[in-house]
Structures are given as C-alpha cells and as structure tokens.
Design a protein around this ligand. Structure first.
Ligand code: HMG
Ligand code: MG
Length: 299
C-alpha cells in the first residue's frame, strides 16, 4: 500500500547550486526557475539568505526572488540561518522559510558556526519572525544517517532535535542524508522511530546519492508512508561544509520511478527534463541524472 500521490520538493536552485564553482548568473537562475515553475512543481527552494561569503554561489538571493515569475500554485522557499537572513527574506517576499541544523555537533559547527545547543534559540527567533509574517516554516535536520566528521549519529539525538524543531513551530521536517551514507535498513529504523513519536505525515526525506542508495532509500520511505521527497534536478547538489557530499537524488529519476509505479506527482516529466538540459548547458558539464543521459542519447 504505497501512497497514491507524492510531493516532490525541488531543491536544485538552492542545494544544487550552492556547491557549484561556476557562478550561474542571476539571469540564468531566473530563466531556469521560471522553467521549473512551468513543470507542475508545487514547491521550489529558490535560494539561501545565508552569509554570501559562506555560499558565494547564492549571493544574489534577493535579485533572484525579485526577478522570478511566480506561479500561484507554487511555493517559493529559501534557507534562512538567522534573523538577519529572515529580514533579508521578508524584504523580497519569500513564501516559506526553511531553518536548518545538524544532528551531529561537528557538522553543525562547521556549517553554521555554532553548537547544537546554541542553535535552537536562533532558529526559534527565525521561526517567530516567519510566523508573524504568516509564513510557513520548514525544518531540516542534516547528517541524520551519518556525519563526515563525527561518524555515527544517535537516533535519540535526531528525535530530540525533531522535538525541539516542532516545538518552535516548524510544520514539517526534512530528514537529510547529507553525505549519502544511508542504507535502506537504516532508513527503515529511523522512519519507524520518528513515525512512532511524531507521525509520518510531518516528515520529508532528503537523500543525497553519493553511493547510489537514494532510490532504494526512497522506496523504503514510500513503503512506510512518507509522501514528501526532496530532489534536485539533474542530480546537482552537495554541502560545501560536509566533506564528501555530492548531489541529491536527481528529481527526474525520482519522478520516473514514481510515475512508473503509478504514483502521481503533478509534475510533467517532459518539461522538467527541458529545465534539466538547460542547467546542464549552463554549467557545461555532464550531470549525474540517468533520465538526462537517456534523453540526450535519443536526441
Ligand atoms: P557567523 O560568521 O557566525 O555570523 O556565520 P555572525 O552572526 O557572527 O555574523 C558575522 C557577520 O556576518 C555580521 O556582519 C553579520 O551581519 C553577517 P558584520 O557585522 O561583521 O559586518 N551576517 C549575515 N550577512 C548576510 N546574511 C546573513 C548573515 N548572517 C550574519 N544571513 C552563518 C553564521 C549562519 C551566517 C554562516 O555560518 C552561514 O551563512 N552558514 C550557511 C552555510 C550553508 O548555507 N550551508 C549549506 C546549507 S545546509 C545544507 O546544504 C544541508 C541541507 O541540504 C540538508 C542536507 O542535505 O542534510 C539543508
Ligand atoms: Mg542537502
């Protein structure tokens, strides 16, 4: 009994680009996001209001938000690390805030420059700022399945962080396999535990595909009732503050699997692939997506 319908949350413009050395111009980003908006997606993570020195690739977050053509059925979200980021985001009318932290101490420090304990109050401030402007706030927990610095991550710690994030008002938590080390059995363990405690409907899964496990892990998520999956067009992605992180699961590969299994997403695979080809041309490199390779072989 798999879900009949699943939501794909497209994180390519944010997670996909944050690790790219080549600066994609604002104009190119806007054109690309406009194409994504035409594909039937309901949710696009557009950029990050983080410190521009930490993520130079997304230093034009304001301009991108100001220039994209917004579709009424699409939620345009962004990562917000602190109150300064929240203020910047509100000025350009971001639809949804995404706050983020890690389940492992060292990755949290390397990524956002503070301890896990010190992070809660900062995220609470961001969430309050968002909610008072009537924005939904999403939460990310990174390194749920393993950390490049600390190794094993305790499930108790993951649950504790989820509890804290829900208590500051996030409506959904995306569980991140930041460096793509999760295996299907571990995914089953983690989801069963969080499901028991918080219910499965409040979780999304965010798999990086470093070791080719993302679709197998996705299937386990589906079997346990997860209905929200993050993906990155072309298989772009990776966190510059996580050694060894590579691309997210390619959204078009995820779409192929879901659609072949009779699970609806509302996304038109053909127009989605066009947007994948566009960004591959812009970046001038071969992206890891299988669907893209097939489309190119046929053209
Ligand atoms: P910090 O240096 O500790 O910041 O960085 P601070 O609060 O001490 O401020 C220092 C200076 O930065 C100040 O300027 C602030 O105004 C400025 P000064 O007074 O010295 O002139 N500043 C800012 N400027 C613009 N926008 C801001 C901002 N904040 C402070 N928002 C900070 C802390 C969190 C800002 C920094 O560490 C940072 O930007 N980190 C972001 C790293 C990042 O984006 N990582 C990738 C995303 S997470 C991810 O990929 C995982 C995920 O995909 C899930 C998964 O895969 O697991 C989500
Ligand atoms: Mg990620």
């Amino acid at each position: 009994n798999l879900p009949k319908r699943v939501t794909l949350k497209e994180v390519g413009p944010r997670d996909g680009l944050q690790n790219e050395k080549k600066f994609v111009t604002t104009e190119q980003k806007v054109e690309w996001i406009n194409q994504l908006s035409e594909s039937g997606l309901s949710h696009i993570e557009v950029s990050s209001f983080v410190h521009p020195k930490w993520i130079p690739a997304l230093s034009d977050a304001e301009q991108v938000f100001q220039q994209i053509h917004r579709h009424s059925g699409v939620t345009y979200s962004a990562l917000i690390p602190n109150i300064k980021g929240a203020e910047r985001a509100l000025q350009v009318g971001v639809d949804e805030f995404a706050v983020f932290m890690s389940a492992s101490e060292t990755h949290n420090r390397k990524n956002i420059n503070k301890s896990i304990e010190d992070t809660y109050s900062v995220l609470k401030e961001v969430a309050n700022e968002g909610k008072s402007a009537r924005k939904n706030v999403r939460g990310y927990v990174s390194t749920v399945f393993g950390c490049p610095y600390d190794g094993h991550v305790s499930l108790e710690e993951v649950k504790k962080i989820c509890d804290k994030l829900f208590s500051i008002g996030v409506y959904e938590i995306s569980l991140g396999d930041t460096i793509g080390v999760a295996n299907p059995q571990q995914v089953e363990e983690v989801i069963k535990e969080v499901k028991k405690e918080f219910g499965v409907d409040r979780f999304a899964l965010h798999f990086h595909d470093t070791r080719g496990m993302a679709l197998a892990n996705t299937l386990v998520g589906l079997q346990l009732g997860v209905k929200i999956f993050d993906g990155s067009i072309g298989g772009l992605g990776g966190c510059p503050y996580a050694k060894g992180a590579s691309g997210n699961v390619a959204s078009e590969d995820l779409l192929f699997m879901l659609h072949e299994m009779g699970i609806e997403t509302g996304v038109d695979a053909k127009s989605f692939l066009k947007a994948a080809t566009f960004i591959e041309d812009v970046l001038q490199k071969t992206l890891p997506s299988h669907q893209l390779k097939i489309a190119e072989g046929m053209s």
